[in-house]
Write a protein that binds this ligand. Structure first.
Ligand SMILES: [Zn+2]
Length: 462
C-alpha cells in the first residue's frame, strides 16, 4: 500500500501545486484585467494554459521538495501583462471598478480556472507531452493480482544497507516478516571501519541479515596491493563477513570506475582465489544494460532510464561486450570461486549471451535484482529462461525496503497478470507482464539456490 499511498500523495501534491499556481495565476489575471472583454473572450484560460504547461514541464526538478508548494516569482508575469494589455501600477478608476467587479466574480472564475488547472496534467496535447510526464493507465479489464507475500520464504541476495539506525533495521525486519523475506544479504561493498559499523548495526538480527564486505583497493597500482587487500579481507571475515560484494565495474575498472583494473586483471587473481579459500561468493556488477550504451535518441527503447544511467563511450571505458568479456574470462580463470553476476549480468537484452556464460561455467550464477522492469516486457522469453536456468538464478531486489516494492517483484514472478504499470518503481514507460513461474522454479529462485551455493565450504581459516 505504501507505494500507492506515496503515489496518491504525490498526485495530491501535484494537484495542489497546479491548483495553487492556477489561483496564483488567476490573482495575477485579476490584478491585470484590462477590460471585461478580456474575460469574455476567454483570454484567462488562454493565459493560464501556458503557465500550467510550463509548470508541468518544470515539475520534475521541484518534485519531492517542500518548496513544491511555494510559489516562486512568476517568470510569465510580463507575458501575461502584455497579453492583457496592462502594465503594473497603471490602473485607472475605471480599471479599479473593473477590478472590484472581477474580485466579486473571482469564485466563479477561479473555479473555472481551477478545474482547467486540475485537468491540465491530463490535458496536455500529445504534441507537447514530454516522455518524462507520460503516465499511462491500463484500461484493460484483465486480472490484477495482489501478492501479499512471496509464495515461498525468500532470500534476497541483493540488498544494501538502506536502514541506517537500529529502529529502521527493526522496521525493515517487520516488513520482511509481512512480505515473506526470510533473509536479506546486505552488500556493503565496504572494508575497514565502514564495514565494521554496518556489521554492528545489522547484527541486531543475525538470522535475518548477512553482511558482505567489499575489497580494499587501496594501492591497487602499488606492489604491496595483493597481500594488503587479502589481509583486510581476512580481517573482515574474522569479524563476520560471509561474502564479497557488490563489486562494480561499469567499464572503467573496479576502483571507482577510474582504475582501469578489471575483474580478469592479474592483480585480482590472488584476491579471487582467496575468496574461494574462504568460502566467499563474489557478487559483481559488470557494465550496464544495453539501452545505456545505445544512442540517446527517439529510437532508444529504454530512454527514460538510459538517459540517466548512460555509459559514455570514452577512451579507457570498455564497451558492453568488452566489459562482459572481462567477467567471462575471470569466471573461467577461477573455477573454484563462486561468482554472482548481478542484474542478469546486465544482459537482459540478450539472454542467450547470459545463457552461454551459465552453460560454460558451473561456478557462475546471476541475481535478478533491479531488473524486474527490464524483463517484465518479455514475459514468455523470461519464463523460458527461468525454466532453463532455474538452478542458477537468485532472487534479489536492490530497490530499497518498501513492502510494495517486494510485492511488485512477487507479482511479476508469480502471476500471469498482463499490461500493468509500475512507473514509480522502475520508471519505464512500457507495461509489465507477469511470468507465471511454476512452484518448482519459484522455490529454487526464491531460496533453494541461494541456500545451496551462497556459502561454499572454507578451505582455509581466515
Ligand atoms: Zn546493488
Amino acid at each position: 500500500m505504501r507505494t500507492n499511498t506515496a503515489t496518491r500523495r504525490r498526485q495530491e501534491t501535484r494537484g495542489a501545486l497546479v491548483a495553487a499556481r492556477a489561483i496564483h495565476a488567476s490573482h495575477r489575471v485579476h490584478e491585470r484585467l484590462n477590460s471585461w472583454q478580456t474575460v469574455y473572450n476567454g483570454s484567462i484560460r488562454l493565459a493560464v494554459g501556458p503557465i500550467i504547461l510550463n509548470n508541468v514541464a518544470n515539475r520534475k526538478e521541484q518534485r519531492g521538495s517542500p518548496a513544491n508548494l511555494a510559489l516562486p516569482a512568476d517568470p510569465l508575469q510580463p507575458r501575461l501583462a502584455a497579453m492583457l494589455g496592462c502594465g503594473a501600477g497603471d490602473c485607472s478608476a475605471v480599471r479599479r471598478l473593473i477590478l472590484l467587479a472581477s474580485i466579486l466574480a473571482f469564485p466563479v472564475l477561479s473555479a473555472a480556472t481551477l478545474s482547467a488547472a486540475d485537468k491540465a496534467t491530463q490535458a496536455i496535447g500529445p504534441d507537447q507531452l514530454l516522455l518524462r510526464d507520460y503516465r499511462p493507465r491500463s484500461i484493460f479489464h484483465v486480472p490484477a493480482t495482489r501478492v501479499e507475500r512471496a509464495r515461498f520464504p525468500a532470500i534476497d541476495v541483493h540488498s544494501h544497507a538502506y536502514a541506517k539506525t537500529e529502529a529502521e533495521v527493526d522496521r525493515w525486519v517487520a516488513t520482511m516478516d509481512a512480505v515473506g523475506i526470510a533473509k536479506s544479504v546486505i552488500m556493503t561493498g565496504a572494508a575497514g571501519k565502514k564495514f565494521d559499523d554496518l556489521l554492528r548495526l545489522y547484527r541486531r538480527h543475525p538470522e535475518r541479515f548477512e553482511v558482505w564486505c567489499g575489497l580494499d583497493y587501496t594501492g591497487f597500482d602499488q606492489p604491496g596491493f595483493g597481500p594488503n587487500a587479502i589481509g583486510e579481507l581476512e580481517r573482515c571475515v574474522r569479524a563476520g563477513a560471509v561474502g564479497v560484494g557488490e563489486l562494480s565495474d561499469k567499464g572503467g575498472g573496479l576502483c571507482g570506475n577510474a582504475g582501469g583494473m578489471h575483474l580478469d586483471d592479474a592483480r585480482m587473481d590472488p584476491l579471487l582465489e582467496k575468496c574461494a579459500d574462504l568460502g566467499l561468493a563474489v557478487n559483481i556488477h559488470a557494465g550496464e544494460d544495453r539501452w545505456m550504451y545505445e544512442p540517446m535518441d527517439a529510437t532508444n527503447d529504454g530512454l527514460m532510464n538510459a538517459s540517466k544511467w548512460r555509459i559514455r563511450q570514452a577512451p579507457g571505458i570498455l564497451s558492453h561486450d568488452e566489459v562482459i568479456a572481462t567477467l567471462d574470462r575471470a569466471v573461467a580463470k577461477h573455477p573454484r570461486t563462486t561468482f554472482i553476476a548481478c542484474h542478469f549480468a546486465n544482459c537482459c537484452f540478450d539472454l542467450a549471451r547470459l545463457g552461454r556464460m551459465l552453460d560454460a561455467h558451473p561456478n557462475f550464477y546471476t541475481d535478478i535484482g533491479a531488473r524486474f522492469g527490464e524483463t517484465a516486457p518479455i514475459p514468455r522469453a523470461m519464463a523460458k529462461f527461468y525454466r532453463a536456468y532455474q538452478d542458477r538464478l537468485l532472487y534479489g531486489t536492490d530497490m530499497g525496503m518498501d513492502a510494495e516494492m517486494y510485492r511488485t517483484t512477487f507479482r511479476i514472478l508469480e502471476t500471469e497478470d498482463e499490461h500493468f504499470y509500475a512507473m514509480d518503481l522502475f520508471n519505464y514507460h512500457w507495461p509489465l507482464h507477469g511470468f507465471g513461474l511454476p512452484d518448482a522454479v519459484l522455490k529454487k529462485v526464491y531460496a533453494d539456490n541461494a541456500r545451496r551455493m551462497l556459502h561454499p565450504a572454507r578451505r582455509t581459516a581466515p
